[in-house]
Design a protein around this ligand. Structure first.
Ligand SMILES: O=C(O)CCC(=O)C(=O)O
Ligand SMILES: [Fe+2]
Length: 340
C-alpha cells in the first residue's frame, strides 16, 4: 500500500459554508478569486460556493437537489486511499516525462517549476507529444479500468438515478492541470460532446486528490440546465437550416462551435452576456468526493494557482441506464487522436 502524504484540510467535512446543501448554517466565507484564461480574475460578485451534501442525507432529498440544481456534490463517496492510489499510479507513470519536481513523491503530484506550464498540459488542453503515449497507457491500465468501475461509484449512480443497472462509458478521462497553465476546460455542457446519444446520462467528476477552489477544479454555472437546453436547440435549428450532415451535427467541433468544442473561454464575459448573469459556483474538493452532474449543467475549469505547485488531477466518467440510447463513440477507451 502506498504512503499518502496529502494532508486532509482541517475542517474535513464542511469545507464550504453552507457545508450541507440543506443545512441552516449562516456564516459566509468569501469565495477566492478565480483566475481564468481571460482577464486577471472573474468578478468576485459572480462567484459563490458550491453546496456539498453529506452521504447520510435522505435519498429523496439528494434526488430533489440533483433535479433542482443540476449537480450533487457528495462528500466521502470513494475511500480516500483508493483515490490516492489512482493519483500515485497516474503520476508515477507520467514521471519519466519530467513533469514532477525532483525529489517529490508521485502521490503529491508537485509540478517541476523549471518547466513551462503551457508545455505540460493534460487532456482537454494540448498535452506534449512526449506525454501522449503515456496518457494512452494510463487510460488503458488495469488500475484505471478498475477505478471507473469502482463499486462505490456504481452503487451511488444506481441509487441516485434509480436505475436497476448502469453502463459506464469506457471513455473515462483523467485530466491533469499544472499550476500556471491555461485552463484546460472552457465553458460547456456535456451533451455537446455526446450528441449521438440521448441526454439521459449522468457525469461523475472525481477530484483525484484534494483540490481547493484556487487549484483549477470545476466550477459550475448556477441553475444552468434550462439555459443549456435552449442553447442546444438553437444549434439544432441552425444545423437544420443548413442541412448539416448527421456526422457533422454530432461533432462538438463543427463550424458552429468554439475552440475545442467549447462555448467560450471567457468565463466572466460569457456568464454576463450569454449566461443571464448567473454566478460561478466553486468548491474546495477533497479526495473521496464526487460531483454528479447533468448532461445540461454548464461548467468550466479555472486556472490552477496553487502556490505549493500541486497539480490538479481529476477523472470524469459518464453513466447511462442499461438499454438507453448512448453515444457509441464513447464506448472505447480514450487514445490520443480519437478526436472526441
Ligand atoms: O476536469 C475538467 O477540467 C473537465 C471535466 C468535465 O468537463 C466534466 O467532468 O464534465
Ligand atoms: Fe464537462
Amino acid at each position: 500500500m502506498a504512503v499518502h502524504v496529502q494532508s486532509t484540510p482541517q475542517v474535513a467535512h464542511t469545507p464550504n459554508p453552507p457545508g450541507h446543501a440543506s443545512s441552516q448554517q449562516s456564516e459566509h466565507r468569501e469565495a477566492p478569486l478565480q483566475r481564468t484564461n481571460c482577464g486577471s480574475h472573474v468578478d468576485p460578485k459572480m462567484v459563490d460556493w458550491l453546496n456539498s451534501t453529506s452521504k447520510d442525507t435522505p435519498l429523496s432529498e439528494m434526488r430533489a437537489l440533483y433535479a433542482r440544481n443540476g449537480y450533487l456534490w457528495v462528500k466521502n463517496v470513494i475511500p480516500r486511499s483508493d483515490v490516492l492510489d489512482m493519483r500515485e499510479k497516474y503520476f508515477s507513470t507520467i514521471a519519466p516525462t519530467g513533469l514532477l519536481a525532483p525529489g517529490t513523491s508521485p502521490c503529491d503530484g508537485i509540478f517541476n517549476a523549471e518547466l513551462d506550464p503551457n508545455l505540460h498540459q493534460g487532456l482537454g488542453a494540448t498535452p506534449s507529444v512526449s506525454a501522449m503515449g503515456t496518457l494512452d497507457e494510463i487510460h488503458a491500465s488495469k488500475e484505471y479500468r478498475d477505478f471507473i468501475t469502482h463499486p462505490e461509484l456504481c452503487h451511488w449512480v444506481r441509487q441516485l438515478m434509480g436505475w436497476e443497472k448502469e453502463v459506464v462509458l469506457e471513455r473515462g478521462l483523467l485530466r491533469h492541470n499544472v499550476p500556471g497553465s491555461k485552463c484546460p476546460s472552457g465553458i460547456h455542457y456535456d451533451q455537446l460532446f455526446l450528441r449521438a446519444g440521448d441526454p439521459v446520462f449522468v457525469t461523475v467528476w472525481v477530484p483525484v486528490g484534494n483540490c481547493a477552489a484556487d487549484c483549477g477544479g470545476l466550477m459550475y454555472l448556477e441553475k444552468s440546465c434550462e439555459l443549456a437546453e435552449r442553447i442546444e436547440k438553437r444549434f439544432e435549428e441552425r444545423q437544420n437550416k443548413e442541412g448539416m450532415p448527421m456526422e457533422e451535427r454530432i461533432s462538438a467541433f463543427n463550424h458552429h462551435m468554439g475552440e475545442f468544442g467549447h462555448l467560450s473561454h471567457n468565463t466572466e464575459t460569457w456568464a454576463k452576456e450569454d449566461g443571464l448573469g448567473k454566478r460561478w459556483l466553486v468548491a474546495d474538493y477533497e479526495a473521496g468526493d464526487v460531483v454528479f452532474h447533468s448532461p445540461w449543467m454548464i461548467h468550466s475549469s479555472s486556472r490552477n494557482c496553487d502556490d505549493t505547485g500541486k497539480i490538479r488531477l481529476s477523472s470524469d466518467l459518464r453513466f447511462y441506464e442499461d438499454g438507453a440510447k448512448l453515444d457509441e463513440r464513447w464506448t472505447k477507451t480514450f487514445y490520443n487522436g480519437d478526436r472526441l
